[in-house]
Write a protein that binds this ligand. Structure first.
Ligand SMILES: [Ca+2]
Ligand SMILES: [Ca+2]
Length: 186
């Protein structure tokens, strides 16, 4: 059977969320990721920026948890996670992306847009990519160009959403959003 691109993208995300590598993830691992992002961007716990990121991650996790339907939702395996994401985001329910993923994309966007001009510059993009994974500056620049659909040398809120949507729903191996998480897919 040919490798399924959605599966391989979801598995990459899983190994990333499963920071301690014990093969299962739970709400705590997911929220830890939000915490790491907040910390990296100096959003102090309890601040509006941090709360918005945490709340969007919480809602997204609840959506995944509901789809996984595991007896013990604190022990979601890679297969359950991958199947759950597929069911939620690639199952033809367009509303799921808007409900669960768009708010997360927007919250992270606001976190990354440290100068608040409504656009993610390359340096802002590089900062977030370095915070969530290991990516070289050259590779980061390539991903940035792929996501900057109108070649304005900046990533707009819509371009960020489009990248995330691609990542979670697009089975085309060449879609720009596949590179959204950079070296996570390496
Ligand atoms: Ca900016
Ligand atoms: Ca742009």
């Amino acid at each position: 059977m040919a490798a399924d691109i959605l599966d391989s993208k979801f598995q990459k995300l899983f190994s990333f969320v499963d920071a301690n590598g014990n093969g299962v993830i739970g709400r705590g691992d997911f929220l830890e990721l939000a915490g790491r992002l907040n910390e990296r961007f100096g959003a102090s716990p309890g601040s509006a920026r941090a709360n918005s990121v945490t709340a969007s991650f919480e809602r997204c996790w609840e959506g995944i948890e509901a789809a996984v339907g595991a007896g013990d939702a604190s022990k979601v395996t890679a297969k359950q996670y991958s199947d759950g994401l597929r069911q939620v985001f690639a199952g033809g329910d367009d509303g799921a992306f808007d409900r669960l993923m768009a708010p997360m994309s927007d919250a992270v966007f606001d976190l990354c847009d440290t100068n608040g001009d409504g656009v993610i510059s390359f340096s802002e993009f590089h900062a977030v990519q370095s915070a969530v994974g290991n990516i070289s500056e050259a590779e980061c620049a390539e991903v940035f160009r792929a996501l900057d659909l109108d070649q304005s040398n900046g990533i707009s809120r819509d371009e960020a959403r489009a990248g995330v949507r691609d990542y979670f729903t697009n089975e085309d191996p060449a879609s720009p959003g596949n590179r959204y998480f950079g070296s996570l897919l390496g």
